[in-house]
Design a protein around this ligand. Structure first.
Ligand SMILES: Cc1cc2nc3c(=O)[nH]c(=O)nc-3n(C[C@H](O)[C@H](O)[C@H](O)COP(=O)(O)OP(=O)(O)OC[C@H]3O[C@@H](n4cnc5c(N)ncnc54)[C@H](O)[C@@H]3O)c2cc1C
Length: 155
């Protein structure tokens, strides 16, 4: 969207495939960025630098901006399982006191999301894959109709 919109602006230049590596400073003020494109380091002066480079933001780190973390009590396991023609269509979910999981219909496979307690992945691994399979089966029983699906689910 940004790329398409920028082409209509005569004074706007979009630089693609460029990795910001550092900030330029004018005293206490951020005055631009340095970036690498095609192996070449370039400098770009700017009145305004907006850091929107994700959770490992170089811009924020170099500017000394520290993010506030809002902890969440859960982790989500994402994985695929084959989808059979006899399986339900669309988004299928299970929400109960003990289980929160969803299966997103991606045509030939389901993208599954299983919510687990924050940081409990190692405990799950220790308990073994069979218990995890059982948990899935308890939540979404139709997944167990074709047992060959489970061969795709290993540690
Ligand atoms: C598996 C997964 C599933 C998710 N599911 C959902 C969901 O269902 N709903 C939801 O709301 N959120 C979801 N999120 C979270 C969501 O993706 C993020 O919150 C969101 O993408 C953050 O947007 P952002 O623009 O800050 O960063 P990003 O989307 O990470 O964009 C940062 C961009 O900056 C670029 N970049 C990074 N470093 C540099 C650099 N040095 N120089 C130049 N460019 C750089 C990256 O290539 C990237 O294009 C999910 C995240 C993950 C990992």
């Amino acid at each position: 969207m940004v790329a398409d919109a920028s082409r209509r602006e005569p004074s706007y230049e979009l630089i693609m495939s460029a990795e910001i590596t550092d900030l330029l400073w004018d005293g206490q003020r951020v005055s631009g960025v340095s970036y690498v494109q095609d192996g070449q380091t370039q400098l770009l002066e700017a009145d305004l630098v907006v850091g929107c480079d994700g959770r490992s933001s170089v811009v924020a780190e170099r500017a000394g901006l520290r993010s506030r973390k809002f902890g969440v009590p859960m982790d989500v396991l994402w994985f695929r399982l084959p989808r059979l023609t006899t399986d339900p269509e669309g988004l299928v979910g299970r929400l109960s006191r003990s289980s929160l999981m969803g299966a997103i219909d991606r045509g030939e496979y389901f993208q599954l999301a299983v919510v687990i307690k924050k940081g409990s992945i190692d405990v799950l691994r220790e308990r073994g894959i069979e218990l995890f399979r059982q948990r899935l089966h308890d939540g979404l029983p139709w997944l167990g109709i074709e047992s060959s699906c489970w061969n795709h689910l290993t540690t």
